[in-house]
Design a protein around this ligand. Structure first.
Ligand code: HEM
Length: 413
């Protein structure tokens, strides 16, 4: 083997052995991003950072948490919150990051829908994104169970109980998921394993595919313009940086991302220190009681819209379950439900733009009504819940295919 020259720096030493400079070029300094994007394109990296916060704080919590139905509540609410130095900071950070990550997932997802970044070669980016949504939902649900408070316990009972309605296998499936006839110690330990091991591992794998899938069709831009990335990259490197339509991921794109992240983290730490209750339900500060059902059981805010679809179809629980399944699966099919395959932003699609904002309004409405109890003074809200649920289904299953088809046909004439 040829003799390696003496390295003058650690960077050079590594490069001689691992080709790190070539790797950095491919991943960062010569990974090209369109210039015509706005701050909404930063939320992908915001999500990555918040996920890292979840992992790091989770590792510290893991040192004191006890996955045992008799000990879990006190290990969280006494040991971590009161005995361990700064244990409360790590718990607050973990819970606030988990809640905010959903806000940013929704923003990221609806940015993709608004700019049409989910079709014409971008289907794998979209589907892996949706898989991440499902995995984060599962991670959020399993994590919510771990403090073993009243809401942890009863939300787990309601959600695992949903599977009972599945024909033939329902009751056996529920027993298999819970590991017992009721939610108990066996359920807690398996959800603990899923939360700290299997879901994070799956998320890391799918994020890698999500990033890799972005490489071929490239990142979209505000106008949905087809860019010749190779030609524009050459222009950037050899002739005119200013006239090129692209910029490198590092340092140009990341500079904007870091600015957005600093705003996000200011809000994040404000919530961690002064607004923690936004990520926590007061009922969950009571230990799980198998014998006392809370009067009003509801999930975390990010599940409320789909929970309201389930509850809204109040005249038949089986139909409610079907509607709930559709609500959770329908976004996977978006690249095919939109009958116009051209990548264009909503402001260039007058008809579909109405659909987009109606969908946002209906989902916000479902979220608000999902939090209200469906009895007492609020009994009337069941009718609005039903109306909004039907609107959601009609918008996604009927209006989008129809409006996008009509728009395409009109423009073809
Ligand atoms: C929570 C985990 C996620 C992470 C870490 C993540 C990360 C990223 C990153 C870094 C980008 C490139 C820059 C950007 O456009 O922001 C991106 C693009 C994209 N993501 Fe995600 N994402 C996640 C979830 C999702 C979800 C839930 C969806 C929707 C179903 C989604 C759909 C997309 C799409 C369509 C693009 C392409 C945007 C474009 O080409 O302009 N992602 N993602």
């Amino acid at each position: 083997m040829a003799q390696i020259e003496k390295a003058n720096s650690l960077g050079e030493w590594l490069d001689q052995r691992l080709k790190t400079r070539a790797l950095m070029k491919v991943l960062l300094t010569e990974y090209w991003i369109p210039k015509k994007i706005n701050f909404l394109w930063s939320f992908g990296m915001v999500l990555v950072t918040l996920f890292v916060v979840l992992i790091v704080t989770g590792i510290f919590l893991l040192m004191y948490y006890k996955p045992d139905a008799g000990l879990a509540f006190f290990s969280v609410n006494y040991t971590i919150m009161q005995e361990v130095a700064y244990g409360w900071v790590f718990r607050h950070m973990h819970a606030v990051a988990a809640s905010l990550i959903f806000l940013f997932i929704y923003i990221h997802m609806f940015t993709g829908i608004y700019y049409g970044s989910f079709k014409s070669g971008r289907e794998v980016i979209w589907i892996t994104g949706m898989l991440l949504f499902v995995l984060f939902s599962a991670a959020g649900f399993s994590g919510y169970m771990l403090p073993w408070g009243q809401m942890s316990y009863w939300a787990a009972t309601v959600i695992t109980g949903l599977f009972e309605k599945i024909p033939l296998i329902g009751p056996d499936l529920v027993f298999w998921i819970r590991g017992d006839y009721i939610v108990g110690d066996a359920t807690l330990t398996r959800f603990f394993m899923l939360h700290v091991f299997l879901f994070p591992l799956a998320i890391i794998l799918i994020v890698a595919i999500h990033f890799f899938a972005l490489r071929t069709p490239h990142v979209n831009n505000e106008d949905g313009e087809e860019i010749d990335f190779e030609a524009e990259a050459v222009k950037y490197i050899v002739s005119d940086k200013k006239k090129s339509k692209v910029m490198p991921f590092w340092p140009k794109f990341m500079a904007e991302d870091i600015f957005v992240m600093s705003v996000v983290f200011t809000i994040f730490f404000f919530l961690v220190f002064f607004g923690y209750s936004f990520a926590m339900d007061p009922i969950n500060f009571l230990p799980a009681d198998y014998t006392a059902t809370p009067s009003h059981i509801y999930p975390e805010w990010y599940f409320l819209w789909s929970y309201e679809v389930l509850r809204g179809i109040h005249f038949s629980s089986s139909l409610g379950l079907i509607a709930f399944t559709i609500a959770n699966a329908i976004f996977f099919l978006l690249p095919w439900l939109d009958r116009d395959k051209r990548v264009r932003p909503m402001h260039e699609r007058p008809l579909v733009k109405i659909w987009f904002w109606s969908l946002v309004a209906v989902m916000i409405g479902l979220t608000i009504f999902g939090k209200l109890p469906a009895d007492g003074g609020f009994a009337w809200t069941v009718h609005i819940g039903l109306l909004l649920s039907i609107l959601f289904l009609v918008l996604t299953l009927v209006v989008l295919p129809l409006a996008s088809y009509m728009e395409r046909k009109k423009e073809e004439l």
